[in-house]
Design a protein around this ligand. Structure first.
Ligand SMILES: C[S@@+](CC[C@H](N)C(=O)[O-])C[C@H]1O[C@@H](n2cnc3c(N)ncnc32)[C@H](O)[C@@H]1O
Length: 356
């Protein structure tokens, strides 16, 4: 089989036909989240205004908002395009990598035994039920079941982010702007739910002298993350572990990070994770969290709120509604952080900075 090289740090599709199919899916996704979403947003806003004019009051409950928006035809088209482009994305990525599964598994086996850095995982890892009960964002086999899940997720997110993160641009921008602890000391760093390790490698690049760890519940994720770090020549330690039970000693880290974890766990688990991170940080240590926007008082975004339910019901995100409508700043304060603030990054996701 011809080696078709790489896109950034990820192996390219196995055949050119597969790559052009995935290029098409990426454009379809770009159209869906761009012009189609914009059209749905303006129609949904207009429908809400008509409803409020007719009833003479603001619609505040989600039941009402969903009822009004459900009747907007272009929103149904948006839902269909989002679901179908997501299905096509996973089918295309799985099909292309499956063609050379043996080669890719051998590559993971070799990397497991290579450095720099290390990886620890176990075939008998005990997964919590909330993690295995569904396929996250309808990725068949989810984060843990398919041994190629790391490859699949990485290419899937390339399509999902419409090529804007092919060289980890998004991750590097997030990591490079995290504030340091007040004393400037960063000797040990932890990336929780690191997935394929794009934030973890960005952390090692920013703090080359620090000991950097990445943990994730999925073995295929940490194995792929380690392989990728080895290929990049970066010494990082990856371990299959739960964020709510990391196994690290008290006060072990100066800086910790998470990207897109908290909306993927039940609220009670999110509380445990926040407490665990407060425990493993040293006094003055910083926990930087990038995640989906929680609802803010006085900000009206009816289509965005509506799509949160789409993600729960049609996109394998069972915990997203609870997270979106929770007060995550309060969660972090309850966990013991002394100083917590939420920032809005320009053009990006919100970020919470929690200082122990
Ligand atoms: C959306 S991905 C995270 C993306 C990643 N942080 C990045 O920088 O691109 C969610 C990850 O969280 C992991 N995960 C979910 N629940 C977890 C838990 N309780 N502990 C550790 N990892 C978890 C999943 O295996 C998955 O790899």
């Amino acid at each position: 089989m011809v080696d078709r090289g790489r896109i950034g740090s990820m192996p390219a599709a196995t055949e050119r036909d597969d790559e052009s199919y995935l290029d098409f899916v990426q454009s379809l996704r770009g159209y869906t989240i761009g012009p189609l979403n914009a059209a749905a947003d303006s129609r949904a806003t207009a429908a809400m205004a008509r409803y409020e004019e007719r009833t003479g009051r603001l619609a505040t409950s989600m039941e009402e908002i969903r009822e009004v928006i459900d009747d907007v035809p272009v929103v149904a088209t948006l839902n269909r395009f989002m679901r179908t482009s997501q299905e096509m994305m996973w089918q295309g990525v799985i099909a292309t990598y499956r063609k050379r599964q043996d080669e890719l598994l051998a590559e993971l086996d070799r990397a497991d035994r290579s450095g720099p850095g290390t990886v620890q995982w176990s075939p008998s890892f005990a997964f919590p039920a909330y993690f295995t009960a569904h396929d996250y964002h309808i990725q068949p086999g989810s984060y843990h079941h398919d041994p190629l899940a790391g490859y699949i997720y990485h290419y899937g997110t390339k399509v999902f982010f419409t090529g804007r993160n092919d060289h980890d641009e998004m991750h590097e921008a997030m990591i490079d702007s995290i504030p340091l602890p007040a004393d400037g000391q960063v000797r040990r760093v932890l990336d929780i739910a690191c997935s394929v390790g794009q934030a973890t490698t960005a952390l090692k690049k920013r703090f080359p002298e620090a000991e950097v760890w990445g943990i994730d519940a999925g073995a295929p994720m940490v194995r792929y993350a380690h392989k990728r770090a080895v290929e990049m020549g970066l010494e990082i330690h990856f371990r299959q572990a739960l964020a709510e039970q990391t196994g690290f000693p008290d006060g072990a880290f100066d800086l910790a990070h998470s990207f897109l974890l908290f909306h993927e766990v039940p609220l009670a688990v999110g509380e445990q994770i926040a407490r665990e991170l407060c425990r493993v940080l040293r006094p003055g240590g910083v926990f930087a969290i990038h995640d989906l926007p929680t609802r803010e008082p006085n900000v009206r975004a009816p289509l965005r709120d509506y799509l949160t339910y789409f993600n729960r019901d049609d996109n394998g995100e069972p915990y997203i509604v609870d997270f979106t409508f929770s007060d995550f700043t309060a969660t972090l304060r309850r966990a013991g952080f002394s100083d917590v603030c939420r920032e809005q990054r320009s053009g990006g996701l919100p970020r919470w900075i929690a200082i122990k």
